[in-house]
Design a protein around this ligand. Sequence first.
Ligand code: PMV
Length: 373
Amino acid sequence: MTENNFIPKPYTNPIEKGAFTWSSPSNIALVKYWGKKKDQIPENPSISFTLNNCKTTTTLSFSKKADKEAFSFEVYLDGEKKESFKSKIETFFNRVEVYLPFLKAYHFKIETSNTFPHSSGIASSASGMSALALCLMSVEKALMGANDASSAVEYSQYETYFIQKASFLARLGSGSACRSLEGDLVVWGQHESIEGSSDLFGVKFPHQVHEAFKNYHDTILLVDKGEKVVSSTVGHNLMHGHPFAQERFKQADKNLKTITEILKSGDLDAFIALVESEALTLHAMMMTSMPYFILMKPNTLEIINKIWAFRAETGSKVCFTLDAGANVHVLYPEHEAETVKTFIETELADFCQNKQFIHDAVGIGACQLINNN
Ligand code: PMV
């Protein structure tokens, strides 16, 4: 599979206008992606749980325009025009135009909303970019027409192609977005223990997952809701020439093999050790880059220490992971849901901004919503 597989044949079903809506979730990485090559190719493979409640819903309306000279689009967040989102989308359109040659033929209206507060510090790029990529794939599917879809690729394989190309496009918008389309676990990046894995798009974890990981919970503690001090683009770039980069990429590769076994065996102690180490290693990379930076806040550390103390006292299998920010993702198995939620409410909420947290759990991925117009 190469990039060229995603360049479509000429479209045969001209359409004037239409609208598609997709809802797509966020995801939380267990083995982290941090460092990339040209064109959003990851330096190492990563794996994530797809979330259920934290998601973006996007409606893409399109109508044919007279010229095909430039991109034409408007973006709305919760009904309000967002000029500030335009440059990111313009960059995305430029990157994907070769794979979606209809982009300059239409005017697009992009209307998006998130289930989580915009300023929560929860990255909306994964859910947002995957939802947009899926809407664009729906436009392409309509332009291809059913017959063409079946001749371009075997019809039975078209659904797979649709998801793979949507993931491929989402990756070009924001790397980790390619892991949001399906559930419950998605791997992105070529790896020997994951059949079909690719640097170009995410694939569903292909092995049987142990019962212990079914309906796993993730409560996101909103420690710092401010804008990120360092964007992930800047962070990824700081891995170029980073003194520990090559060792880190090797470690992630090894961790993906290890977690594959853990997910099959249900060894929760091994899971905790690997996931927490991955989170702290991600932040260690930030702290040891040049320039260096710290995204954790004092309350991030307070929470980590509380989780460790709770685990030592009760034998709970609760653990934490971190994104590129100060918020803490608290992970725990279904059978501990009640006790861990009580622990969060009584002991961790005080360390969150305005005591805010979001209960989430592992989900099944994106879904298309029916348009009424
Ligand atoms: O998708 P990006 O470029 O915003 O990078 C996200 C990187 C982490 O969230 C820190 C890790 C990951 O694998 O999701």
